[in-house]
Design a protein around this ligand. Structure first.
Ligand code: CA
Length: 219
């Protein structure tokens, strides 16, 4: 099981990470900034998300994340901040714990959330278009039965389009969801990753360019 802990407080992060490893979580990675989670959440089975982050409020991070991912999220809240906890649950958090969390209990809550996710997520996470098959939860893409190796960013671009297959998706939305910002630099990055994604999939017509707006993944 792969977990990422997003927490800028070194002491809390170390305690949580050590504790989760002790409780049998195989990979426990650490991020200190919310935007880093938005660019590298794929491949994780669960997220532990602190709300007080140095760059972006954890609640906003959660809302952005929920546009592109159903990965289980357990939020860490400050003591007495019940309002924040309720907002997060409404915005799609699976659970919350008050800091500092009892790590055994956090591990148990993560396991429950992941089990629930795996039971319900698997049927809707596969999108098939022609001979292209995208498995969002396994992060696997196959074309004509052959696995295609995508980078994290290429997969992220594919995911945003696939989750709205058949609909036009604006470039701004894609940049916002993957990089958290719209700048000339992220715009160029999007062009590069889109070009690479199209080349690897090698299915002209699968991703249509809508000039002046964005892209559409065929349904
Ligand atoms: Ca913090």
């Amino acid at each position: 099981m792969r977990v990422v802990v997003v927490e800028d407080d070194a002491g809390v992060a170390a305690a949580v990470i050590d504790g989760l490893r002790t409780h049998g979580f195989g990979t426990v990675d650490h991020l200190t900034h919310g935007l880093d989670l938005l660019t590298s959440h794929t491949g994780y089975d669960a997220v532990v998300l602190d709300l007080g982050l140095p760059d972006v409020n954890g609640y906003l991070v959660l809302r952005q994340l929920r546009k592109v991912s159903t990965v289980p999220v357990v939020v860490l809240t400050a003591e007495g901040d019940e309002l924040a906890a309720v907002s997060c649950l409404r915005a799609g958090a699976d659970d919350y714990m008050v800091k500092p969390p009892r790590v055994g209990e956090l591990a148990a809550r993560l396991e429950v959330a992941v089990r629930r996710w795996q039971a319900t997520g698997s049927c809707t996470a596969v999108v098939v278009t022609g001979d292209v098959r995208v498995d969002l939860s396994a992060r696997q893409v196959e074309v004509a039965g052959e696995a295609v190796a995508l980078t994290q960013k290429e997969f992220a671009v594919a995911r945003v389009l696939v989750e709205q297959a058949g609909a036009a998706v604006g470039r701004e939305q894609i940049m916002d969801e993957i990089w958290g910002e719209k700048t000339p630099s992220t715009s160029r990055s999007l062009d590069v990753h889109m070009g690479a994604l199209r080349a690897k999939l090698n299915r002209p017509g699968l991703i249509t360019t809508i000039h002046g707006f964005g892209y559409r993944w065929a349904r």
